[in-house]
Ligand binder design. Structure first.
Ligand SMILES: [Ca+2]
Length: 254
């Protein structure tokens, strides 16, 4: 082989190797998920809306069960409370792995023409220090990401084929690395107010205007899937006496 050709091959080889490498994957955002039905303060033995926070069961308690067949609820459960403004809180502790700007999304049922006011507060888990995030959610005029929309919508959203009222509302927060306590409380709804039905909270470093920017058809659900928080629900095959006598419907198979 000619000396010059051999020199060219040797010199070009590293460049060819570089060119063949696949592009670096886009880094995934940090996603912190809290399922509302799992928060401390949710009465696990009470169902539907009550004065405190209780469990809402997919297929039985949610607004959407009463209006049409399409219902999207992460883990088939929500946290519910009635339309009142008595003090009632639920809380969870979270770890923020990296300091930065985050968006605090809450997905909840939002049928038109009502307010569903609640507050979200994030503060140090040890209680030493003021909240770093405090915001009111659930008002009609607040922009939200509704199903079948690819941009935030203010006001009420009504479908003539049924009331689809899945919505996510989110606000930015600046969080340092550390452990926090996130608290959700009932707050006074301007009239008319409706019972609250909260599915999940996502704290994400993706600051998009949409809660599920890679698949905006349904609020938040695609991001919850990408967060990949493994979930199992076990069901006993033994029927309780209430089931045998038809006093309590069986839950759908999962
Ligand atoms: Ca849920």
């Amino acid at each position: 082989m000619h000396k010059l050709t051999r020199w060219f091959i040797l010199a070009a080889a590293p460049l060819l190797a570089l060119a063949a490498e696949p592009p670096a994957p886009t880094p995934e955002p940090t996603r912190i998920v809290v399922e509302c039905e799992d928060m401390q303060g949710v009465a696990q033995d009470k169902f539907g809306p009550g004065p405190g926070w209780q469990v809402g069961r997919w297929g039985q308690d949610l607004y959407q069960n009463m209006t049409f067949g399409g219902v999207w609820a992460s883990r088939l459960r929500v946290a519910m409370t009635d339309a009142g403004d008595n003090p009632a809180e639920m809380a969870a502790e979270i770890d923020v792995p990296v300091a930065g700007a985050y968006k605090v999304w809450v997905k909840y049922e939002c049928p038109p023409f009502f307010n569903y006011a609640f507050g979200v507060k994030i503060g140090p888990a040890d209680g030493k220090g003021p909240p770093v995030f405090e915001k009111g959610y659930g008002l009609r005029e607040s922009p939200k990401h509704f199903s079948f929309n690819n941009k935030p919508v203010k006001g009420d959203l009504y479908w003539n084929w049924g009331i689809d009222h899945d919505a996510a509302e989110g606000y930015e927060a600046r969080l340092a690395k550390g452990r926090y306590r996130i608290t959700v409380s009932k707050s006074k709804s301007p009239a008319p107010g409706g019972a609250r039905s909260l599915d999940a909270i996502l704290i994400t470093s993706d600051l998009s205007d949409l809660s599920s920017p890679r698949s905006p058809r349904y609020p938040l659900l695609d991001e919850l899937r990408r967060a990949n928080h493994v979930y199992f629900r076990f069901q006993s095959r033994r029927r309780s006496a209430a089931h045998r006598h038809g006093l309590e419907p069986l839950e759908p198979p999962v």
